[in-house]
Design a protein around this ligand. Structure first.
Ligand code: ATP
Length: 222
């Protein structure tokens, strides 16, 4: 059965790290579609620098370049903090048997034990982890997560298609050394920083950022 696969994030702004990682993982798993799920109010960080409307507009421009990527707007419409477990519960109610795949970068995976009702995530979805430069995947996992890793890790993706939830799988895709924090910091530096981010995100997204004067103040001044 074709799983529903998700990449949640702040996408502040969306960049090729997200897009290539999501699309490469989608291809590696043989999925027709992967959904990008922007968070309205992400629990683990200060508020996003750009508005919901701007982040969504940038995502739409970016997704147009990747036919296999769709946007799921449910967290933008839901009041309260954008907890992933609530999104997975909604999807599970919509289809009790279909496998759900939650993609996370290695940095987000390490932080999983700080997520709201994190252990319940494994009852709702499979977790697909991808490498991110600078973050060792298996080393230094916090102990409760290391125990889940030992218990749930599968080396072959078959279970992602045959069972609804419960395993952890490492998808082997090329790491992308791009982060939204670095992009925001560069953009706040002015023209030199603007030149440095060319190629890190779709041209249409950069044009949108220019037109709407986004990320022009230093991150710590917002
Ligand atoms: P920030 O720098 O603001 O924290 P970010 O670039 O990490 O932003 P998020 O929107 O917070 O982007 O990330 C959403 C998800 O995408 C997370 O699971 C994160 O690990 C993953 N991700 C983001 N960038 C990459 C990348 N370059 N390679 C792999 N995973 C990534």
């Amino acid at each position: 059965m074709q799983p529903v696969a998700l990449l949640g994030g702040t996408f502040d702004p969306v960049h090729y790290g997200h897009l290539r990682f999501a699309d490469d993982a989608r291809r590696a798993l043989g999925l027709a579609e992967l959904r990008l799920v922007p968070a309205r109010d992400p629990p683990h960080r200060g508020g996003p620098a750009a508005s919901v409307a701007d982040r969504l507009a940038m995502l739409r421009l970016a997704a147009a370049e990747f036919p296999g990527l769709a946007i799921d707007e449910r967290e933008l419409a839901r009041p309260g903090r954008s907890y992933t477990v609530l999104t997975l519960e909604e999807l599970r109610r919509e289809d009790p048997a279909r496998p759900l795949l939650l993609l996370v970068g290695a940095d987000a995976f390490h932080g999983l034990p700080t997520w709201h009702r994190w252990r319940e995530i494994f009852a709702l979805a499979h977790v697909v982890v991808v490498a991110r430069p600078g973050v060792a995947l298996e080393a230094d996992l916090p102990e409760p997560l290391a125990a889940e890793w030992r218990r749930r890790r599968v080396r072959e993706p078959a279970a992602l298609f045959s069972t609804p939830a419960g395993t952890i799988y490492e998808a082997r895709v090329s790491p992308q050394p791009i982060s939204a924090t670095v992009i925001r910091t560069q953009l706040a530096r002015g023209p030199a920083g603007r030149a440095a981010v060319e190629g890190l995100l779709p041209r249409e997204v950069l044009t949108y950022i220019d037109q709407h004067r986004l990320y022009s103040t230093p991150p710590d001044a917002t």
